[in-house]
Design a protein around this ligand. Structure first.
Ligand code: ARG
Length: 451
């Protein structure tokens, strides 16, 4: 792409032409208007994932978009100004907003050939806000989006941040880095078929470095690299390495130079180990993780982000959606093993963060994975920690999300029932507040009342 540089005179003429237009722009950044009010949330039970405890009769004082104080209801009430709005969740369990570290929020499951050949990134850009809202209303107030076409994820993140679109806080990776013929390429078709859209395909250290610079230039918050083959793509193996150790080292070094972390998609044992040795922040999927990989992950403090709900949905729906038999067979190869290896990793003490691959299954169903995580080795509290404090740590956002604590964003959810007894109650989040603004409330009978 060539870019012509406009002379200063032309630039100022352009500015003069543009300013009156923006002044009349009809789009008001609604949610950006930060609520300046003080709110008291009464929490019958409050889950503290950092301490691993649940306290009763607590209250949260929210000022604007942040949490100001958390403590016993009686003490907090004494510090609230008269006229503060009260949200009465004394019959519910209150938790920090949930975090999904592996989403594809710009796309939904659909017909294989329809999505490959009859749609473009423009289609995704038009509908992505619907999926973002579903995700938020399911209680996920933060997501790390690890792959979207073109820069649709950057545009969505920016629209959410400006308040025009409702959705979770987002970190975005833009296009995953892929080897030619790898998981991020379009495989299995005639060489005469060409896709003109931008991609993350990069081979060799030099191309990798320039691709990362380009992605960061246009808005990537992190880098996603496809270290191994995948399931939902037509290359032969599901776990074979697709980047060399040298290439993966370059990915991590280049990203680090720009202050970015790396998430590595890796199903196969060798690819996982290469990614961990290179120093990625997280291994995604991790299906065929072996004992040496577990040892290395522990040694390096690498997070495992394993999408262990996905298999159910793929096996139930993807034949109907027209996916080639080869892909279904690959899923059968890894589905069960991924869960068994997840359990091994949990038992060995590998750090776990919650990530689901939402977009492979419908958005808003993110919490279905909690039950699987509990079935495969975590306690309910550990599963909640994976989706709150651990996830926040992985994102480098431990200072702002993942806990109900003074100074953090007021990202707060509530459920009827006790998720520590039955983690599936998280599939029915009845109350969602993001940054001090209530985005969903079916728990407090008519919402809120003045104090
Ligand atoms: N996006 C992943 C891939 O195509 C999905 C893997 C889903 N299967 C699973 N068992 N987690 O490789």
């Amino acid at each position: 792409m060539t870019r012509s540089v406009l002379p200063a005179a032309a630039l100022s003429a352009l500015a003069a032409a543009v300013v009156p237009l923006t002044a009349q722009a009809p789009v008001a950044p609604a949610a950006a208007a930060v609520p300046s009010v003080t709110v008291v949330i009464k929490a019958g039970r409050l889950v503290d994932p950092r301490a691993g405890t649940t306290l009763t009769n607590q209250a949260i004082l929210v000022e604007g978009e942040r949490i100001k104080e958390v403590g016993p209801a009686s003490a907090v009430a004494g510090h609230a100004p008269a006229g503060a709005r009260v949200i009465d969740l004394s019959g519910a369990t209150v938790l920090p907003g949930l975090i999904d570290c592996h989403t594809h929020v710009t796309s939904d499951p659909g017909d294989y050939y329809q999505q490959l050949f009859r749609q473009s990134p423009i289609d995704q850009a038009v509908v992505a806000h619907v999926f973002a809202k579903r995700t938020l209303e399911a209680g996920f107030t933060t997501i790390r989006n690890v792959g979207a076409d073109e820069f649709v994820d950057v545009a969505l993140r920016n629209a959410i941040n400006s308040g025009v679109v409702a959705g979770p806080r987002m970190q975005v990776s833009t296009m995953p880095l892929s080897a030619t013929g790898g998981h991020g390429d379009v495989n299995g078709f005639s060489p005469y078929l060409r896709f003109e859209q931008a991609s993350g395909i990069a081979n060799g250290v030099d191309e990798i470095r320039s691709k990362i610079r380009w992605e960061i230039k246009y808005g990537a918050d992190l880098i996603k690299v496809l270290a191994s083959a995948g399931v939902l793509s037509e290359e032969e193996s599901v776990g074979a390495p697709q980047y060399s150790q040298e290439e993966l080292n370059a990915v991590v070094q280049e990203a680090a130079m720009w202050g970015k972390k790396v998430a590595a998609h890796a199903h196969g044992a060798e690819a996982i180990k290469r990614a961990v040795r290179a120093g990625v922040a997280s291994v995604e999927h991790g299906s065929l993780l072996d004992d040496e990989g577990i040892r290395l992950m522990k040694e390096r403090g690498t997070y495992l982000v394993a999408d262990i709900y996905n298999d159910d949905y793929i096996l139930a729906e993807y034949t109907r959606l027209g996916y080639p038999q080869k892909i279904i067979d690959k899923e059968r190869q890894v589905g069960r093993l991924q869960r068994e290896n997840f359990k091994k990793a949990v038992q060995a003490g590998v750090k776990i963060a919650f990530g689901t691959d939402a977009g492979v299954y419908p958005h808003g169903w993110n919490a279905k994975q909690f039950a699987h995580m509990v079935r495969w080795g975590l306690t309910p509290m550990q599963a909640i920690q994976a989706a709150t404090v651990n996830a926040a740590d992985l994102l480098g956002w431990a200072d702002r999300v993942g806990a109900v604590e003074p100074g953090k964003f007021a990202d707060v959810i509530a459920v009827a029932g006790d998720p520590l007894q039955d983690v599936t109650v998280l599939e029915h989040v009845g109350f969602v507040m993001k940054g001090g603004a209530v985005v969903k409330d079916s728990l407090t009978a008519g919402g809120t009342h003045a104090r």
